[in-house]
Design a protein around this ligand. Structure first.
Ligand SMILES: Nc1nc2c(ncn2[C@@H]2O[C@H](COP(=O)(O)OP(=O)(O)OP(=O)(O)O)[C@@H](O)[C@H]2O)c(=O)[nH]1
Ligand SMILES: [Mg+2]
Length: 439
């Protein structure tokens, strides 16, 4: 990517729409806008303009033009946004007319955000927050993404870096004064105290899983004996005919997954093959998948048939403390089991209560009400883990002060990578590649 290029992209997504948003960024932006619309409007004020093809003079569209001269723009470069009619031909014509200008080309995915990063407009954690915001499917996901885009992780990271620098300064002081035993020992003890406090905080953040869970979704797996009504329950909750239901035992073999929005919380609900002894090759593979998906779940529902009460779940599932649910109570005589939630997937009886319980459990698992966690993706976890182990080594090292101090620099590098202030080349591609073109 050469930042001397001027890039253009449809920011509002592909396809037909009432209005489409075109974004242009780079040194030729002002020239392109002038060529298309006859001049530059006042910065940051919308101006209604006729857009014409600079080559032929023919009218392309009439739309709003916004001009953001550098550096006060999203990318930090000269930028313009054109709000034009969203027909495919209109947008293609305006893009093509812009592309005839020398040095103008179509943007790569994420290139606007990447220029914003290069120009110091956004740090990496904010870029990731924006990517998550664009991908957010529920209100809670959007809220977490926005909090991160607004700098929640950056705030943590810069606080951690300041504390590391303090510890580093103390450790360096102890090296400088190594011939004065008292001073040196004192400074090193203080440095270790700082490091220990920071390590405790990082360990606390590493223990929280709710950020990643919220980003990915709370995973609920429906398990149970064949024919208990697992697929019927999935369909009832999803309010769609997703999984095949039949009176034949052993109908479901594959995992069937639906994404739900439970009061703003993202939930992934999975239907599985019924668990029983025996079964042929395909059914056994289905049961193996059921068990392994249940083992990874945040919550397992153990569904039993009230007309054919079954024994307890097998021990591997029992160990996951599943939520017992009793189905088909429309056909059972009285309220069957003890603490099981009684439902009928067929008639809908008890489903509201079950959904309330699921919402509560998802809410607890995602800690939707609490402080936003610092870690929202595996990349953050990896860096913080690496920083924490370097801190641990620093605290334990008691022979050579120089070696110990090097561990603080290692920790600092990992914390720095959270925001990308240092040493970032190899992680850039992975992050910006997640974006769509035009962001
Ligand atoms: N009366 C009644 N029948 C139900 C209820 N839920 C499911 N059934 C019936 O029970 C049978 C099995 O339902 P499924 O949803 O296919 O059961 P499953 O647990 O997915 O079965 P497998 O995929 O074979 O493990 C079907 O004939 C359903 O119509 C219910 O609440 N009441
Ligand atoms: Mg089924």
């Amino acid at each position: 990517m050469k930042t001397t290029d001027t890039i253009i992209a449809l920011a509002s997504g592909q396809g037909r729409s009432a209005i489409a948003l075109l974004r242009i960024s780079g040194p030729a932006t002002g020239d392109v806008v002038t060529a298309l619309s006859g001049g530059l409007p006042e910065p940051r004020y919308a101006a209604l303009r006729r857009l014409t093809d600079p080559a032929t003079g023919s009218l392309l569209d009439r739309g709003l033009v916004l001009w953001f001269p550098a550096p006060a723009s999203f990318t930090g470069e000269d930028m313009a946004e054109l709000q034009i009619h969203g027909g495919r031909a209109v947008t293609a014509n305006v893009v093509n007319a812009s592309l005839t200008w020398p040095g103008v080309r179509l943007a790569e995915p994420g290139e606007f955000a990447s220029r914003a990063f290069e120009n110091g407009k956004l740090d990496l954690s904010a870029v990731e927050g924006l990517a998550d915001l664009i991908n957010a499917e529920t209100a809670a996901q959007a809220k977490q993404a926005l909090t991160q885009a607004e700098g929640s992780l950056r705030t943590h990271a810069s606080d951690w870096r300041m504390r590391l620098l303090r510890a580093q300064a103390l450790a360096e002081a102890s090296i400088d004064f190594s011939d004065e035993d008292d001073v040196a020992g004192d400074a090193m003890a203080q440095a270790k105290g700082e490091a220990a406090a920071l390590l405790e905080e990082l360990t606390g953040e590493l223990q929280k899983r709710s950020g990643e869970r919220l980003r990915d979704g709370f995973r609920i797996v429906i398990a149970g004996p064949p024919n208990a009504g697992k697929s019927s329950l999935l369909n009832a909750i999803a309010a769609r005919d997703v999984a095949i239901v039949s009176a034949e035992a052993g109908t479901t073999r594959d995992l069937v997954e639906v994404h739900l929005d439970l009061d703003g919380l993202p939930v992934i609900l999975t239907d599985t093959a019924g668990l029983r002894e025996g079964g042929g090759e395909i059914e056994s593979e289905g049961m193996r998948r059921a068990r392994s998906r249940a083992a990874e779940a945040d919550l397992v529902i153990w569904l039993i048939d009230a007309t054919d009460p079954q024994p307890d779940p097998p021990s591997d599932l029992e160990a996951l403390s599943p939520l017992p649910v009793l189905n088909k109570i429309d056909q059972a005589d009285g309220p069957g089991g003890s603490d099981a939630i009684a439902i009928s997937a067929k008639s809908g009886t008890g489903l509201e209560r079950l959904l309330d319980v699921l919402k509560d459990r998802a809410g607890e698992g995602l800690e939707a009400a609490g402080e936003p966690p610092a870690i929202t993706r595996a990349r953050h976890r990896t860096e913080i883990e690496a920083a924490a182990s370097a801190l641990g080594r620093f605290i334990e090292e008691d022979s050579a002060a120089e070696l110990a101090a090097e561990e603080l620099r290692v920790a600092g590098r990992h914390i720095g990578r959270l925001t990308g202030y240092i040493d970032v080349e190899e992680i850039l591609g992975a992050i910006f590649g997640e974006f769509c073109i035009g962001k």
